[in-house]
Design a protein around this ligand. Structure first.
Ligand SMILES: CC(C)(COP(=O)(O)OP(=O)(O)OC[C@H]1O[C@@H](n2cnc3c(N)ncnc32)[C@H](O)[C@@H]1OP(=O)(O)O)[C@@H](O)C(=O)NCCC(=O)NCCS
Length: 424
């Protein structure tokens, strides 16, 4: 028997069909109330599905994350970031020939227009790299006006390729501008991740080749960050796209959303917190402060995962790999102690707060000598693959409409205008 939700009020009785565990919110409009047709109130969209998606599956209670049906544990370490980007976009893992063609195409488009260099160069020396990244990404629409033809499949595909290809270049140059170093141009001899590291760190070398352990750990981090279904930045991308916007304009909004400390900025906040705690013996005192409401335990808790974030487990392993090269980050000891104490504490257990992806990633980035402002940039580069896949799915979905939520109005009504000289 088909599932339905029976709603009875004094005026009507309705059977609302339940499909995929949801009712259509617009069906509720058939129920009259004193304030107009019935609607739902859902700040933070905590219990509202805004789209149908076949890209990423999460079971937050079980700690499961899958891209196109492949568990993250199988992808991380086995597939390259570009393989995963292809999977997210096209729904299948690429064959050897498809991957070679995809890598070649991405490699050809890594250079940015020289004027983008001018845009990045024009920022003040202390500008946050996320501001530069956001501007660089949004500016790309002006260099590639074909992106506006979102109904043209080839224009969509080509501009997705460009965005994924150029994102590391804009990100790396945003960093180089901060430190006053020359910009390093993309190198055809290097793959996606190694080329990114080279554009960030190359100094005197003719060809910069990172330690393979570092590049492997970065590849794993990229795969872990590639997509995460309808998170805040993806929702921003989809919302901007729903007005008919191109992939660059939409991804620019995604970069902005990711900048927030409750989203991609959390790993930066974790490092700051670990430094403030200062030593492992002060962890107990800090946890008591969190429980008293003085601070949040950054890198803990998640809107969706009410179990250990599967990405955090994998990152913990990547930490060991990187620390083999760089030496152990002394903050690691504090992080490990924090995790231990929090996981044994009833406050965190009852609220189902576990380490999330940001708890350990900042330690890796710091060990690689990235300044904290770069951490969110290192999240945005791989997440671009997910934003592109979600953008594409959104703009080609016939059920999608311009996103325009309702509000519950709580302000004044129909007040008489008061002339300036008569105001109290
Ligand atoms: C991620 C986050 C924003 C999710 O928030 P949410 O789903 O809206 O959860 P809430 O803010 O409603 O929190 C539920 C309860 O847990 C508590 N809580 C949530 N995260 C907490 C944290 N990191 N430290 C301490 N308490 C926390 C809240 O205070 C609240 O307690 P209460 O019921 O006594 O009021 C939140 O857990 C957080 O701020 N974490 C730290 C930042 C972070 O690591 N973000 C990265 C996410 S990948």
């Amino acid at each position: 028997m088909a599932e339905a939700l029976k709603i009875s009020t004094e005026q009507v009785t309705l059977d609302l069909p339940i499909t995929d565990g949801t009712i259509k919110a617009t069906d509720l409009k058939a129920v009259p109330t004193s304030a107009g047709p019935l609607a739902t109130y859902d700040p933070g969209l905590m219990n509202t599905a805004s789209c149908r998606s076949a890209i990423t599956y999460i079971d937050g209670d079980a700690g499961v994350l899958e891209y196109r049906g492949y568990p993250i544990e199988q992808l991380a370490g086995n597939a390259s970031h570009l393989e995963v980007a292809y999977l997210l976009l096209y729904g299948e893992l690429p064959t050897t020939e498809q991957l070679a063609a995809w890598e070649k195409e991405i490699n050809t488009h890594r250079f940015v227009h020289e004027n983008v260099r001018g845009i990045i160069q024009s920022f003040r020396y202390d500008a946050h790299p996320m501001g530069k990244l956001m501007s660089g990404v949004a500016s790309m629409q002006t260099f590639y006006p074909s992106a506006r033809r979102i109904d043209d499949p080839e224009a969509r595909r080509m501009n997705i390729v460009r965005l994924i290809a150029k994102m590391p270049t804009i990100a790396a140059w945003s960093y180089r501008q901060s430190i006053g170093r020359h910009y390093v141009y993309p190198n055809d001899e290097l793959g996606y991740v190694d080329n990114f590291l080279a554009m960030l760190f190359q100094s005197q070398q003719r060809v910069y080749r990172p330690d393979p352990r570092v590049s492997h750990a970065m590849e794993v981090l990229f795969v872990l960050h590639a997509d995460h279904e309808q998170n805040c930045s993806t929702n921003a991308v989809r919302a901007v796209a729903s007005a008919g916007n191109d992939v660059y304009t939409s991804a620019g909004a995604g970069v902005g959303a990711l900048f927030g400390p409750a989203h991609g900025g959390a790993n930066e906040a974790v490092l700051k917190m670990l430094r403030e705690i200062g030593s492992a013996d002060r962890v107990g005192e800090f946890i008591e402060g969190v429980k008293a409401g003085n601070a949040r335990l950054m890198g803990f808790g998640h809107r969706v995962y009410k179990n250990y974030d599967p990405r955090a487990k994998i990152i913990k392993k990547a930490c060991d790999e990187v620390f083999e090269v760089t030496g152990v980050n002394p903050l690691l000891q504090i992080a490990v102690e924090l995790e231990k104490v929090a996981l044994e504490d009833e406050y965190f257990a009852t609220r189902r707060l576990y380490p999330n992806v940001d708890f350990y990633s900042g330690l890796i980035y710091e060990a690689l000598r990235f300044p904290p402002e770069m951490f969110t940039v290192l999240f945005a580069v791989p997440r671009t693959a997910g934003w592109c896949a979600q953008w594409l799915e959104g703009v080609t979905d016939p059920e999608q409409k311009i996103m325009r939520p309702k509000q519950i109005y709580t302000g004044h009504r129909r007040r008489a205008f008061v002339p300036q000289d008569a105001r109290a």
